[in-house]
Design a protein around this ligand. Structure first.
Ligand SMILES: Cc1ncc(C[n+]2csc(CCOP(=O)(O)OP(=O)(O)O)c2C)c(N)n1
Length: 673
């Protein structure tokens, strides 16, 4: 009797696993595009996680204490869509049949927010793993903040499937090293060890001992020799689940294109459909009906429906816990509810420091540091740090503990010299919706973290980048460290807001904007060198910075002949240049433009009030690449910037040699006029 039931369970398991496999295969085949190989190999692992281990409720993909699932190898998206369909996330069969088509919920790679239940956007290999590390950090932070005796409000786990490509990517080294250091035990990673990547067998380029590598990071490391050995898989997953000290890596041996007589185990199963004949051969080999396609036998629903019932119960129990928590800890609960509702604390803006024109000149990085320190106590969700440049970036909140393995209640982060990993981790923290993370490094090294910046923008995540040393005017470190093309490169990313403040006042206003900007990342470009605090900004930045650009000064006598548009450290230069031009009888308006993106979002009326179409003589001044400035200066305008690499020299020499003086600017204006 017992044996019969066991056999029946095994039949159901196999039916469900093959259902996942062939939904994925049929999706790829119908789209004539995609990756069938990884889903064929990974299906048993994913099946066990989704039906037996993950605590999730498909009815409510936003349940705060749900386990997270990250398919870091986003190219295996068909696997995830099959799972979402079967698990009951409301992804209908028609969407599986529209895989990779215009307007479908099943794009080529999983996209967060587009498809219910997709926890993060993956596809660029390595990023999912980095996000998962951030999610595990957020879990620790949140548990430390909200859990109380008898109220384990947050204790979710992060389950990841990562492929060879994920582990080859440099970012995986950064984040896995960090995860081991921080002992993020809620993180459970399954490495799909199938010996194949796109170009062929992995031994073309990848031969380290992955288990030893992760052991060296301080992870718990396990392995399973055959993903189809469900008992062995169960044991490994249970061991990963029981681990409470370290992150876990389970190396799972799978076969890419499992079941395909002619393509299994080769890169031919990787990035293109199996082809009609091979699909039939594969279905036959695994004992699956060749018709109809997109077959879901009733039996396949059984384990998923049971998991869904369990999930409903888990969330209902958690809701009861939350109700009791609200009664026992009303203030904590109010903070929790407020954050999840996407609201900022009342009155936080009152804590913004005010800087005055009489104050000593100050680097905008220093002003930013003062702002962070002033607002942090009033904005408990603000957490962050730097990639080993906290002292330069002024990202440290004084008197607040560091986030460490021993003290996850700390809010200051040491990401180490890992810009890429920091960026990817910040995205994972932001995905919790309970924290607003920031991270700092030199502007030049935004290049080292561009992939996660782009993904933050794509996912509309609130992440704040605190970049300093924003131009050649950092001085003696020289051209390797002097940003020239980075502003243009960042401005090219859709949905990223770049803010380059002119002084301390604009910096504080920039932070007001950044904290209030809930649906996309913001990057600050801040100076190393001190800048005067301008009388004009003190008066106008409060209104002007949120609008991206505003008139700082106009000629006293009549309409301007020319507009000087400047950002950051060049705004003071523009004001001086306008004075010099006035002495020579030339009337210039000065516009401060801390953010192109904010200005571009204004009404045409406002834009034309700042840059009247009738004034076609315009000179933009920015110590950076000219790329893109024609948008604002027009075809009759000119640009005073830099179109070469910088140089190693003291600040005053760079100012002279690169011509950032009122004399040089007014010469250019006169040439233009
Ligand atoms: C950063 C990045 N580089 C390149 C690619 C293109 N790409 C997609 S899958 C893949 C190979 C992946 O091999 P593996 O990770 O072993 O996956 P499998 O072949 O086992 O499915 C490559 C190079 C990518 N998605 N992301």
């Amino acid at each position: 009797m017992g044996e019969t039931r066991e056999n029946e369970t095994q039949d159901v398991d196999l039916t469900a696993i093959n259902t996942i496999r062939f939904l994925a295969v049929d999706m790829v085949e119908k789209a004539n595009s995609g990756h069938p190989g990884a889903p064929l190999g990974q299906a048993p692992l994913a099946y066990l996680l989704w039906t037996r281990h993950m605590r999730h409720n498909p009815d409510d993909p936003d349940w705060p204490n749900r386990d997270r699932f990250v398919l870091s190898c986003g190219h295996a998206s068909a696997l995830l869509y099959a799972l979402l369909h079967l698990a009951g996330y409301g992804l209908p069969m028609e969407e599986l049949q529209r895989f990779r088509q215009w307007g479908s919920k099943t794009p080529g790679h999983p996209e967060h927010e587009l498809t219910r239940g997709v926890e993060t956007t993956t596809g660029p290999l390595g990023q999912g793993l980095g996000n998962a590390v951030g999610m595990a950090i957020a879990e620790r932070l949140s548990a430390a903040r909200f859990n109380r005796d008898g109220f384990p409000l947050l204790d979710y786990r992060i389950w990841v499937i990562a492929s060879d490509g994920d582990l080859m990517e440099g970012v995986s080294h950064e984040v896995s090293s960090l995860a081991g250091h921080l002992r993020l035990s809620q993180l459970k990673v399954f490495y799909d060890d199938n010996h194949v990547s796109l170009d062929g067998p992995t031994d073309l380029s990848f031969s380290e001992d992955v288990e030893k590598r992760f052991q060296a990071y301080g992870w718990r490391v396990l392995h399973v020799d055959d993903v189809n050995d469900l008992a062995a898989m169960e044991a490994a997953i249970a061991a990963a689940e029981a681990e409470t000290e370290r992150p876990t890596l389970v190396r799972v041996r799978t076969v890419i294109g499992y079941g395909s007589p002619n393509k299994a185990g080769t890169s031919k199963a990787h990035g293109s459909p199996l082809g009609p004949e091979e699909v039939i051969a594969t279905k036959k080999a695994l004992g699956w009906p060749t018709e109809p396609t997109f077959l879901v036998p009733d039996a396949a629903h059984v384990p998923f429906d049971a998991a869904r019932e369990r999930g409903r119960k888990l969330e209902a129990d958690w809701e009861a816990l939350l109700r009791a928590y609200r009664a026992a800890h009303p203030e904590d609960a109010a903070d929790f509810d407020r954050r999840l509702a996407g609201k900022l604390p009342d009155g936080w803006e009152a804590s913004l420091p005010s800087f005055k024109p009489g104050d000593k000149p100050m680097a905008t990085r220093a002003a930013s540091g003062q702002v962070i320190n002033a607002i942090a106590p009033h904005l408990p969700e603000l957490v962050g740090g730097a990639a080993d440049l906290a002292s330069s970036n002024e990202t440290l909140v004084k008197g607040v503990p560091n986030f460490t393995a021993a003290n996850p209640a700390g809010h200051n982060f040491y990401f180490g010299v890992r810009e890429h990993g920091m960026g990817s981790t910040l995205n994972g923290i932001a995905l919790s919706r309970l924290w607003i993370p920031y991270g700092g490094t030199f502007l030049i090294f935004s290049d080292y973290m561009r992939p996660p910046i782009r993904l933050a923008a794509l996912m509309k995540l609130q992440v704040i980048y605190v970049y300093t040393h924003d131009s050649i005017f950092l001085g003696e470190d020289g051209p390797t460290h002097q940003a020239v093309e980075q502003l243009a490169a960042l401005r090219a990313i859709p949905n990223l807001t770049v803010i380059r403040p002119a002084d301390a006042v604009e910096t504080a206003e920039g932070w007001r904007v950044a904290v209030g900007h809930r649906h996309g990342p913001v990057a600050f470009a801040l100076t190393r060198q001190a800048l005067p605090i301008l009388a004009e900004t003190a008066e106008k930045a409060r209104e002007g910075v949120p609008r991206g650009a505003y008139v700082l000064s106009d000629p006293a006598d009549g309409p301007p002949q020319v507009i000087l548009i400047a950002t950051g450290s060049e705004v003071a230069l523009a004001l001086e240049s306008a004075k010099k031009l006035a002495e020579e009888g030339i009337k210039a308006r000065v516009v401060s433009m801390p953010s192109w993106e904010l200005f571009a979002a204004q009404t045409r009326e406002y834009q034309e009030s700042v840059l009247p179409p009738g004034i076609r003589k315009r000179v933009a001044i920015e110590a950076a690449s000219p790329m893109g400035w024609h948008k604002w200066v027009g075809s009759e305008g000119d640009f005073h910037g830099i179109d070469r690499f910088g140089a190693s020299a003291p600040l005053k020499d760079l100012i002279r040699e690169f011509g950032f003086t009122p004399e040089k600017v007014s010469e250019r204006v006169k040439r233009l006029l």
